[in-house]
Structure formats: structure tokens, C-alpha cells
Ligand binder design. Structure first.
Ligand SMILES: [Cu+2]
Length: 159
């Protein structure tokens, strides 16, 4: 459902929301997009971000119709859950070190997932990789995309 003529209006609405002051300067910004830079549909961009414990990620509602929800089964044991509203930006602080997986509940079936790596990913990277195999929180497409992201995280950690 592409309606190009409505884009200026959406941009104006989004710009208004973003103009509101944030509490702290986010360490990373992730956009919710209908289409990513490589042409893939329904993505978080970038889909993997690295921050230090205690830092904040700002999820920007660049395109509307999306939301952000942390996946309880795919995060460090001591991490807090988080859920945003559809069409709204969300700022989340991450204290627990390790790999945190989140998705867009509205596009779970499309595999709209993302990863926040807090500090050292080796804390739970292997655990997440095996946990995701039969996780009901993921669709097949989400599982495929997440597998690529975890490979990327592992490769980066190995350097
Ligand atoms: Cu979405």
C-alpha cells in the first residue's frame, strides 16, 4: 500500500514528534522503515546496533504502522522487557550486558526484527542462537533474518 503523495505529510508528522526533547542523548538511533536501503520490506535500520551498558537506543518512527517490542525469551536473563506503541518513537535504556532481540509486533510475520548488543555479546550469544531455533516469538522469516544478524554479531566479536 504505497501512497507516495502522502509522504510529505507523514514526514511532517514524524518531524513534529521528533522535535520533542529527549531525556538523554541516545547512543544509537534505529529507524522503523517500510523499505530498507537494500529494498527489503519492513525493517529496522540499522538492524544491529552496539551500545555500552546503561546507554540508550532511540527507535525512530520514520515510517508509520510500526512498533517496537522486546522479546522476553531472547534477551539476557536480568533484562527488563519493553513495549512501544504503534506509530510512536520509543527510547529504551539497556543495562543488562548481552544480546537483546526485539521485533515489530505488527510485522512479526514479515520478520521485522532487530538486535541491540549491549557490551560483550558473548554473555548470551550462543544461548540466543540456540533459543531462536524453536522460539514461538519468531516467524520463519524473522528467524532467517535474525540468524544473519547473529552471524554478523559473532563475526564482529571475533575481530
Ligand atoms: Cu513493522
Amino acid at each position: 500500500m504505497n501512497l507516495p503523495y502522502r509522504l510529505p505529510l507523514l514526514a511532517a508528522v514524524t518531524g513534529f514528534v521528533l522535535a520533542q526533547p529527549a531525556h538523554a542523548e541516545p547512543a544509537a538511533e534505529v529507524e522503523m522503515l517500510d523499505r530498507g536501503p537494500d529494498g527489503e520490506a519492513r525493517v529496522f535500520e540499522p538492524d544491529v546496533v552496539h551500545i555500552d551498558p546503561g546507554e540508550t537506543v532511540y527507535f525512530k518512527a520514520t515510517d508509520l504502522g510500526h512498533d517496537v517490542e522486546g522479546l522476553d525469551s531472547l534477551r539476557p536473563d536480568d533484562a527488563e522487557s519493553f513495549t512501544g506503541y504503534r506509530n510512536a518513537p520509543l527510547e529504551v535504556s539497556f543495562d543488562a550486558e548481552g544480546v537483546h532481540v526485539y521485533h515489530c509486533e505488527s510485522h512479526k510475520e514479515k520478520g521485522m526484527v532487530g538486535v541491540v548488543v549491549v557490551g560483550d555479546p558473548s554473555v548470551n550469544l550462543d544461548e540466543i542462537a540456540s533459543e531462536m531455533e524453536d522460539s514461538e516469538a519468531l516467524s520463519d522469516q524473522g528467524r532467517a533474518r535474525l540468524a544473519e544478524m547473529l552471524d554478523e554479531v559473532e563475526a564482529a566479536a571475533a575481530q
